[in-house]
Design a protein around this ligand. Structure first.
Ligand SMILES: *Cc1c(COP(=O)(O)O)cnc(C)c1O
Length: 445
């Protein structure tokens, strides 16, 4: 998020008492920043192709209805991977023809619902295709088209992994899609298309954070070449759309938004020119890169102490809002900014200190030995770049509540307007979601 907008928003959050004793951790979302990223994505692809492009936001990255609504207003659709995500996209008003269903474990009921709605489906594997063999004609007989939904097949191009194993989906043994380089796979895939006139798309998603762009481009190229081979064998343009997935990495080390969509789109156009000459429709599925830089977690410093001469600030943001960082700090370091009790940037000599969360286990640390001005009780720490896969991905350890999420816009006069995106969870909500109405359930014989 732009540095000056962030500072304005932090100050206003303190002044408006968004952050308070009763709400000691909140999340902020920079609405203008999200709009700018969506516009940059649209422009980047519009500059390299005249083909129709559906930018389907990967809902997993920020499963919040107002966020999906904002992105839809900015011209994006939704990529969903569960009944919950589909429900969120529908609640946001994203129409079926702007929605794509992926997921490696769709049930028959999910497939039937997607076909009934006309949501595009990417099959993950041969068994799912076999299921669709029964479901597609049944659903089609009610419409008049060969298939009520565009149907594709997910391919694992097996181009290799990036720096984070858990987010590398195109390794030799990844659980996703049909492994393209396995013995006999290519011929099987071509046959699968020839046998199914309604199978018209190919899908690939080579990975997320940690993937080098050339590797992602190699995955797209492999799938484009497969589409050409299928269409040559079919003697017609059976594959009419290629879904290139998401996964643009995010820079977590500074405010620079790199790599850019423009750079990735230009790289793709150079590496896979045939994909952009207008013969294929395109679908993209970016998630993290649209939201990450625009979110900030703010938390009050409750206490400060030293242990073994190490200064420690105990704050209200930890594993519940930064799960990946706490459990895998080497892969997911976060920048921390320090503000005083008035919400002004904190100054002073830098001192290495731990920034701890509120959860009851020793590893609940947002940062270890981080150089910051000496923190004091009442100060505010900000965990930056947390707009995707952080505060929207609550982890209910210690029954810590889901914090409120507030969008903000800054006006030219410097004032800030906040809008509630998600209300904070209350203790009564936690009780209700934790079996409160079944209190005596285990007492019955
Ligand atoms: C997670 C995921 C995405 C989005 O990845 P980002 O790294 O958030 O851009 C896109 N497509 C599929 C199939 C995914 O699983």
């Amino acid at each position: 998020m732009a540095y000056d907008r962030r500072d304005q928003a932090v100050r206003a959050a303190v002044e408006h008492a968004l952050l308070s004793e009763s709400e000691p951790v909140v999340a902020l979302l920079d609405t203008a920043g999200v709009r700018a990223s969506a516009a940059a994505l649209r422009t980047a692809f519009a500059e390299v192709t005249r083909a129709p492009v559906l930018h389907a936001f990967a809902v997993k990255a920020s499963p919040l209805v107002p966020v999906l609504r904002l992105l839809y207003e900015e011209g994006l659709g939704a990529e969903v991977a569960s009944p919950g995500e589909l429900a969120l996209a529908r609640a946001a008003g994203v129409p079926a023809d702007r929605t794509v269903l992926d997921s490696p474990a769709k049930t028959p009921a999910e497939l039937r619902e997607a076909l009934a709605l006309g949501v595009a489906v990417n099959a993950d594997n041969p068994q799912e295709l076999a299921r669709l063999d029964a479901l597609v004609p049944a659903a089609a007989s009610r419409t008049n088209a060969p298939s009520p939904s565009p149907v594709g097949l997910r391919i694992n191009a097996q181009v290799g992994g990036g720096s984070i194993d858990a987010l590398s989906t195109a390794t030799g043994t990844s659980k996703f899609g049909v492994a393209l380089r396995d013995e006999g796979a290519r011929d099987w895939i071509v046959r699968a298309f020839l046998d199914r006139p309604w199978l018209t798309r190919l899908h690939t998603h080579s990975g997320s954070q940690g993937m080098p762009l050339p590797l992602m481009a190699a995955g797209v190229r492999a799938v484009y070449e497969l589409a050409e081979e299928i269409n040559a064998a079919a003697g017609r343009r059976q594959v009419d759309t290629i879904d290139i997935g998401g996964g643009l990495p995010v820079n977590f080390t500074s405010d620079d938004e790199t790599p850019t969509y423009a750079a990735y789109a230009r790289l793709l156009a150079a590496e896979v020119p045939g994909l952009f000459d207008g013969r294929y429709g395109l679908v993209t599925e970016f998630g993290r890169s649209l939201l990450a830089k625009h979110g900030t977690v703010l938390a009050r410093v409750e206490y400060t102490k030293t242990a073994g001469a190490r200064p420690i600030a105990v704050t209200h943001a930890g594993v519940q809002v930064a799960t990946r960082t706490v459990y895998d700090p080497a892969s997911w370091p976060l920048r921390i900014a320090a503000y005083d009790a008035k919400g002004l940037p904190k100054t002073g000599p830098l001192v290495d200190q731990d920034v701890a969360g509120p959860a009851c286990f020793a590893g609940d640390l947002l940062a270890v030995g981080r150089a910051l001005p000496p923190l004091e009780p009442g100060d505010v720490v900000a965990a930056l770049d947390t707009g995707a896969y952080y505060f929207a991905h609550h982890y209910a350890y210690n029954s810590l509540p889901r914090p409120g999420v507030y969008g903000f816009v800054t006006r030219p006069d410097g004032t800030v307007r906040f809008a509630t995106v998600r209300a904070p969870q209350r203790p009564a909500d936690i009780v209700a979601e934790s079996g409160g109405e079944h209190r005596d359930a285990l007492l019955r014989e």
